[in-house]
Design a protein around this ligand. Structure first.
Ligand SMILES: *Cc1c(COP(=O)(O)O)cnc(C)c1O
Length: 219
């Protein structure tokens, strides 16, 4: 744990009216508990089995975010407790989340992941694909998911200008969808972008949620 780095990042996030999600993937329980004891409640994991284990072992008032690629068949393992799923990248996954949330009489908040990086290996929608799906879907029929915004990952690079352009592309996608589909929906408000290497740029470009791991767990 690095409490001074934590306080610093937390301060920067608050100043930008953004939320800090501590990415605790691969980190042991006691290191997560230390941040919990310091008052933090929002943590992100990217593997289902690991998240299920940690949820069972740690305090119940933690708000768990799933930040990685999620397979439809694994949604049921986390549907009873997950608070936000950051990386919805298919209609199939969206429908499965709705179905599993219904079983638990819950509504699960989700973000649509967009492919903004130049790298080809990353998941996510292109804008026209998302528009097609949202046009076709009867969103009102999906009563157990709440579309809460968008998420993206910039290219891993030192080129700040490129990262900035990619973040701007995500903000543009958010604004377009907000206008077209969610004008009256105050719940659609999140732009999840920014990690250890690029969160200051993300905050500058309008992130509402930064996902930071490495910086907070010095080895
Ligand atoms: C691991 C991960 C992060 C955190 O990355 P750091 O560089 O460790 O801060 C953020 N978002 C996603 C989707 C991740 O998988």
């Amino acid at each position: 744990m690095d409490i001074s780095t934590y306080r610093l990042i937390q301060e920067e996030a608050v100043r930008a009216k953004a939320q800090l999600v501590i990415v605790s993937k691969t980190r042991p329980l006691e290191k997560i508990q230390a941040y919990y004891d310091a008052g933090h409640r929002v943590f992100g994991e990217n593997r289902v089995a690991e998240l299920v284990e940690k949820e069972a072992a740690l305090p119940k008032d933690i708000e768990w975010h799933f930040i990685g690629h999620l397979q439809s068949k694994k949604v049921k393992s986390i549907a009873s407790f997950v608070s936000l799923i950051h990386a919805v990248d298919s209609e199939k996954l969206l429908r499965e989340i709705n179905k599993q949330a219904a079983k638990h009489k819950r509504t699960i908040r989700v973000l649509l992941q967009f492919h903004i990086a130049k790298e080809t290996s990353k998941y996510g929608f292109e804008l026209d694909e998302a528009v097609k799906i949202l046009t076709r879907l009867d969103l009102a029929a999906l009563q157990h998911v709440e579309l809460a915004g968008v998420m993206g990952m910039a290219t891993y690079t030192d080129d700040d200008e490129q990262i900035q352009q990619e973040f701007q592309a995500l903000v543009d996608a958010f604004n377009f969808l907000k206008n077209r589909f969610f004008k009256e929906k105050s719940a659609f408000k999140e732009i999840s972008m920014g990690m250890s290497g690029d969160y200051p740029l993300a905050l500058q470009e309008g992130s509402t949620m930064i996902r930071v791991g490495t910086l907070l767990f010095p080895s």
